[in-house]
Design a protein around this ligand. Structure first.
Ligand code: ADP
Length: 681
């Protein structure tokens, strides 16, 4: 199979261009072999003699899946010569020559090893996804290539990226295009947009199954919930077709939270006289290549998170895909033979309404974590606000990040990173949770805060409410919890975990109580890792026991809630007496309700606390707070003082963020290069 992949025919060219240039952009059709073969080609040509090859992936599932594939192709044990590292999981050893890792993991490694000396080559794979972390890595690579002179090779690979733009970003580095072998794909449009895209997809899938010759079908859905619904309905409808009227069918889901043993199933070819239906998220657009697909059904939609920096609010919207995405989806049908793509929307929508390209994540995310990260790096000559981004984030989101960081003590009023901020950056958690752990350590409630942080890192531990008895079981566990979870969701998460701990981490207990076993085990692993990191930071043993007795924890969880009020000082809401809910503080004030899944319910007015901290403000489209915890007035009073003193101009080092020059014209690396030995790229 390896010989057949298009990229393998370009081995000599690749080796030559990489030898002669510190930075190279490689553009190749999805499935041409970029993720699995490039690292092996460079390994064969001696690039692992002086260091390892790092290949970054924006998605955890791709890092695991591709490394597994490469280990298999090289006939080695995964975790030895070929390994992977994703947040909270490291399967590498001293022997590892080819390491697949998420872009976030490489950023983290860069903290302890600013020159990333262990690597001779860094491949930023799937750059077209324009993940927030890959965008930051692009800027850092520019810096690193100069710092390490000719000692490092950087390759940026992409299926669809605007190669000229990236090449221009890297001082016009060469672009190597690897032509893939794609068969023609016939496109069919619907006459109008779908009223219900699940129904329309099901109808198309059945039509194909009944009328079309053999070949697998790939259906693009927006998320796990849609996928589960579609899979079960499709199973039902295929079962109801007259026996013997068509070939057999296998229906497979494919999304990021699927357990590994389920993921690998999509790489196994269909048995004789059997058609596979793969129901996937946009993960199958470019991240994972599924062979054997001849028919694609494209709903035209994708689920995307948008952050509104003026309100500190997230919305999870189902939005129209971009034209680039639509083309990628169609392309999946033509990998092995001519294919067909059924777009469930009219051509007028494709040409007239779809955006040309997807909005990069950096322009639709909260940047608090990234700004803290950049501030914690010792880039003396680079001002964070002047950081060289491929596409600049909006001034509003940079201002928002600075405000948030100031409120949680990560930066001082002049925008300089504080000691607390440095510690926070070392924790692989979002800044508020990191701040909570540090405060909890001071207040003697670290064991409980570690549990809350671990549980909040696992957002799918509840079985879907439509699962067999899921909702009922969950209600039952909640009623059985000890008193006190009325303080809020964080406390409830702690109590759920502690009860599981008392049951010796029995998986049956999870199932019996409507909890995902795998997610709970993940939370336990995360907790264990966070304990290790905290012990390392403290340079000594800390009390991190998960089994502290109730008598050892203060009544009403006061210390833990106090620690949360410090960590989430950027997310406080105040009770509105004449409104059945709260108003957010620190942002453009919004009237909000508590999400129905929260322990504190707006309905029980008598029980609602005056102040709460929240994990997330979501537009659903109603504005709701998710994961809410009661805090006390005296703890939030100092925040009011800080809010009153907030001066964004001072925070951004005396400049106006919106007046920041685009770095395009004033390349800070070029300024530095003029005073140092410039080997140019
Ligand atoms: P690209 O990065 O250019 O999209 P890849 O290197 O990911 O291409 O894929 C090349 C080939 O390897 C494809 O045919 C794909 O199906 C196969 N492949 C990739 N990962 C796996 C895996 N985990 N198991 C089986 N086959 C895989």
């Amino acid at each position: 199979m390896r010989e057949k992949l298009p990229i393998c025919k370009f081995e000599e060219e690749i080796v030559k261009v990489v030898r002669e240039n510190p930075v190279v952009v490689i553009i190749g059709e999805t499935g041409s072999g970029k993720s699995t073969q490039l690292s092996q080609i460079l390994d064969r040509h001696g690039y692992t003699d002086r260091g390892a090859i790092a290949v970054t992936q924006p998605r955890r599932v791709a890092a695991v899946s591709v490394s597994r594939r490469v280990a298999h192709e090289l006939g080695v044990q995964l975790g030895e010569e070929v390994g992977y590292a994703i947040r909270f999981e490291d399967r590498t050893s001293d022997k590892t020559r080819i390491k697949y890792l998420t872009d976030g993991c490489l950023l983290r490694e860069n903290l302890s090893d600013p020159e990333l000396k262990q690597y001779s080559v860094i491949i930023l794979d799937e750059a077209h996804e324009r993940s927030l972390n890959t965008d930051i890595l692009l800027g850092l690579m520019k810096h690193l290539v100069r710092v390490r002179h000719l000692d490092l090779r950087v390759i940026i690979t992409s299926a669809t990226l605007d190669g000229a733009k990236v090449s221009n970003f890297f001082s016009d580095c060469p672009i190597l295009a690897v032509p893939g072998k794609l068969f023609p794909v016939e496109i069919f449009y619907s006459s109008e947009p779908p009223k219900n895209y699940i129904e329309s997809s099901l109808k198309s899938a059945i039509d194909i199954h009944v009328k079309e010759p053999p070949g697998d079908v790939l259906l693009f859905m927006t998320g796990q919930e849609d996928i589960e619904k579609t899979v079960s309905k499709l199973e039902e409808r295929i079962r109801s077709l007259e026996e013997g009227s068509c070939m057999g069918a296998i229906i497979l889901p494919l999304h990021g939270s699927l357990p590994p043993e389920m993921q690998v199933r999509v790489f196994q070819p269909a048995p004789q006289n059997c058609r596979r239906f793969i129901v996937a998220t946009n993960i199958a657009e470019t991240s994972l290549t599924v062979d054997g697909v001849v028919y694609v059904i494209d709903s035209g939609y994708v689920k995307q998170r948008y952050y509104n920096p003026s309100k500190g609010m997230y919305s999870l919207d189902i939005v129209k895909i971009s034209r680039v995405q639509a083309d990628q989806r169609a392309g999946r049908a033509g990998r092995t033979c001519p294919g067909k793509c059924y777009r469930l929307y009219p051509s007028s929508m494709y040409y007239g309404e779809l955006l040309e390209a997807t909005v990069p994540e950096i322009q639709r995310s909260s940047l608090a974590g990234s700004v803290l990260y950049l501030k914690s790096l010792d880039l003396r000559d680079i001002d964070v606000l002047q950081f060289d981004f491929l596409d600049r984030p909006s001034p509003l989101s940079l201002e928002d990040a600075l405000k948030q960081l100031y409120l949680i003590d990560a930066i001082d009023e002049n925008g300089s990173i504080t000691k607390v901020g440095q510690l926070m950056a070392e924790l692989p958690l979002e800044p508020s949770l990191a701040r909570t752990l540090i405060a909890a350590n001071e207040f003697g409630c670290l064991p409980e805060a570690l549990t809350v942080a671990a549980m909040l890192s696992t957002d799918t531990f509840l079985l879907p409410s439509n699962s067999k008895g899921g909702e009922k079981k969950r209600k039952q566990i909640i009623t059985n919890l000890p008193n006190g979870s009325g303080w809020g969701d964080h406390i409830q998460l702690l109590q759920i975990y502690n009860t599981w701990h008392q049951m010796d981490y029995d998986p049956r207990w999870c199932k019996d109580n409507g909890l995902h076993v795998r997610s709970m085990i993940f939370a336990r692993d995360v907790r264990r890792q966070l304990c290790q990191i905290m012990q390392k930071m403290a340079k000594g043993p800390l009390d991190v026991r998960a089994d502290r007795r109730a008598s050892e924890i203060d009544r009403d969880y006061t210390s833990l809630r106090k620690a949360l009020s410090i960590g989430f000082a950027n997310r406080i809401a105040e009770r509105m007496l004449h409104h059945n809910g709260y108003r957010t503080l620190g942002y453009k004030s919004e009237l909000v309700q508590v999400h129905p899944s929260c322990v504190l319910k707006s309905g029980d007015s008598g029980l609602l606390p005056d102040y709460v901290v929240y994990n997330e403000l979501l537009a659903t489209p109603r504005l709701v707070l998710r994961n809410v915890c009661a805090v006390e007035m005296p703890w939030v009073t100092p925040i009011f003082g800080k809010l009153g003193n907030l001066d964004v101009k001072k925070l951004s080092g005396g400049r106006n963020v919106s007046e920041q020059q685009s770095p395009q014209g004033t390349d800070p690396l070029k300024v530095q290069a003029s005073t140092k030995n410039d080997n140019g790229i």
